[in-house]
Write a protein that binds this ligand. Structure first.
Ligand SMILES: [Zn+2]
Length: 233
C-alpha cells in the first residue's frame, strides 16, 4: 500500500488561517500507516514521504510503481480560492475523494489546477511534463493505465466516503473524477482524498485536532480493509 502525503518541503500546498496543507496531511498519512501496520501486518506500507521533504509528482509515481503497490492513496486538504467571500468559506466544508477521470468542470477543475500546479515549482517542468498544469484545455488525458483500474479505484473511493460520513463524523461531498497528475500513471487502483477545507474556519480547527485526524485516518484504514476483503474474494 502506497501512502502519499501531498506536497511537502518547499511546496506547502494550500493553507488556512494558520494551517499548511503539507503538515496536516502528513499527520493523517502517518496515522493511516500506523493503523495498517498494526491491524493488517501482512500489508507492506510504503510512504512517498514520511517527513517534511519535497517529492515531485513524478517521484511519487516512481515510488508507487517501483514498489509495485496494490493501492495508491494520496492525502490532501482542500481550499476555496483566496478571493472568495467569508460567507462562502463558512458555507463550504467537507471531504471528497477523487479518482482519475476525464471530466473537469467547476470545482473539479479548480482542484485539478491547484493539485497539479505543484509542477510549476519544478525546474524544467515543461521538459519533464507534457502538459500545462494551469490550462483547462491541456488537461491530461485519461490514460489507459488508470482506466484499467477505474472500477477498483471507484470502489475504494466510495468506501472512504462512506466511512467518513457514517463512522468518522465528516461531511461527505462524494466521489469525484478529475484529471489529477499524481493519479495519472500509477499502475494500481489510485485515489486522492481531500480531507476537508482549510478555508473553512471550523473545519480548519477540526483538522488540527489529533483525535479528528485519527478518525479520518481510521476511516481510510477501514475503507481500505473493506476494499481488500471485497476485491480478494
Ligand atoms: Zn493538495
Amino acid at each position: 500500500m502506497i501512502i502519499d502525503a501531498g506536497h511537502g518541503g518547499k511546496d506547502p500546498g494550500t493553507s488556512g488561517a494558520y494551517t499548511k496543507e503539507k503538515d496536516v496531511v502528513l499527520r493523517v498519512a502517518l496515522k493511516l500507516g500506523n493503523y495498517v501496520k498494526e491491524y493488517l501486518p501482512d500489508v507492506k506500507v510504503i510512504y512517498t514521504r514520511s517527513k517534511d521533504n519535497s517529492v515531485t509528482l513524478k517521484g511519487r509515481q516512481k515510488i508507487a510503481n517501483e514498489n509495485e503497490g496494490d493501492v495508491f492513496i494520496s492525502i490532501h486538504a482542500n481550499a476555496l480560492p483566496k478571493d472568495v467571500s467569508a460567507k462562502r468559506k463558512n458555507a463550504i466544508y467537507g471531504t471528497e475523494t477523487y479518482v482519475m477521470g476525464a471530466q473537469n468542470t467547476g470545482r473539479n477543475l479548480e482542484v485539478a489546477k491547484r493539485e497539479n500546479s505543484v509542477i510549476l515549482l519544478e525546474e524544467d517542468y515543461q521538459k519533464e511534463y507534457d502538459f500545462d498544469p494551469t490550462s483547462s484545455e491541456s488537461s491530461i488525458l485519461f490514460s489507459l493505465t488508470q482506466s484499467a483500474f477505474q472500477d477498483k479505484s471507484i470502489l475504494l473511493a466510495t468506501n472512504i466516503q462512506d466511512q467518513f460520513e457514517k463512522r468518522a463524523g465528516r461531511r461527505s461531498l462524494g466521489v469525484k473524477q478529475s484529471s489529477l497528475y499524481v493519479l495519472w500513471s500509477t499502475a494500481m487502483p489510485s485515489v486522492l482524498v481531500e480531507i476537508g477545507y482549510l478555508t473553512n474556519p471550523k473545519e480548519e480547527k477540526e483538522l488540527n485536532d489529533t483525535s479528528i485526524q485519527s478518525n479520518i485516518a481510521s476511516g481510510i484504514f477501514r475503507a481500505f480493509r473493506d476494499y481488500k476483503n471485497e476485491v480478494e474474494y
